[in-house]
Design a protein around this ligand. Structure first.
Ligand code: AMP
Length: 209
């Protein structure tokens, strides 16, 4: 299956994608994870992306499109993929469309995880990641076990200020991709409020069980 997960920052895209890809046997492709890895490795691409990411701005389309299209062309993505955080702008959605058409393949579903803005800041500022397992926790809603608590890290862009900037970008630049996919009959809406298990169950149902 070729699936896109869309939703505001903190909607649970990363958490849910990690759960779903195991069952579906497809790679989880997160442009945010790829960019963070590039920043950490100090590559040219990482150097270009770093400042935008810290500020909660979008990395320019010219940088992200090539990276994402190249990734979905890799062998493990030929049987399908779950895209998380891409596309994030209308030009990105159009570039993805062109790349998939050129490859003679089609998307199966675009799933929008809906969470109200009023819940997002609390979700984001409490978020922590285990650098060893990549498991995402929340200090209040999904607290880590004592043995991993000491090694958890907080993303640089998970401050309240950057979160508000990212929400603004989401509404201004990413939300316009929703009608683009709605017009193609691909959009499925899922309520992202509730426990991770409840949301996984809704997503599984939206993807046809
Ligand atoms: P995420 O992990 O998906 O929340 O992404 C973290 C940050 O990486 C975003 O706030 C952007 O700065 C950057 N980023 C990730 N994916 C994209 C994308 N498709 N287009 C532009 N910037 C992106």
């Amino acid at each position: 299956m070729r699936i896109i997960l869309v939703g505001p920052p903190g909607a649970g895209k990363g958490t849910q994608a990690a759960r779903l890809v195991e069952r579906l046997g497809i790679p989880h492709i997160s442009t945010g994870d790829m960019l963070r890895a590039a920043v950490k490795a100090g590559t040219e691409l990482g150097k270009k992306a770093d400042g935008y990411m810290k500020a909660g701005d979008l990395v320019p389309d010219a940088v992200v499109i090539g990276m994402a299209v190249e990734r979905i062309g890799e062998p493990d993505a030929q049987k399908g993929f779950m895209l998380d955080g891409f596309p994030r702008t209308r030009p990105q959605a159009e570039a993805l469309d062109a790349a998939l058409s050129a490859a003679g393949v089609q998307l199966d579903a675009v799933v929008l995880i809906e969470v109200d803005d009023s819940l997002i800041v609390e979700r984001i500022t409490g978020r922590r990641t285990d650098p060893e397992t990549k498991r995402i926790y929340h200090m209040t809603f999904d607290p880590p076990p004592a043995e991993v608590a000491g090694r958890l890290v907080q993303r640089k862009d998970d401050t309240e200020e950057a979160c508000r900037a990212r929400l603004k970008k989401y509404h201004g630049e990413t939300a316009p991709i929703i009608p683009f996919y709605e017009d193609k009959g691909l959009l499925r809406r899922v309520d992202g409020v509730g426990s991770p298990d409840a949301v996984t169950a809704r997503l599984t149902a939206a993807l046809g069980g």
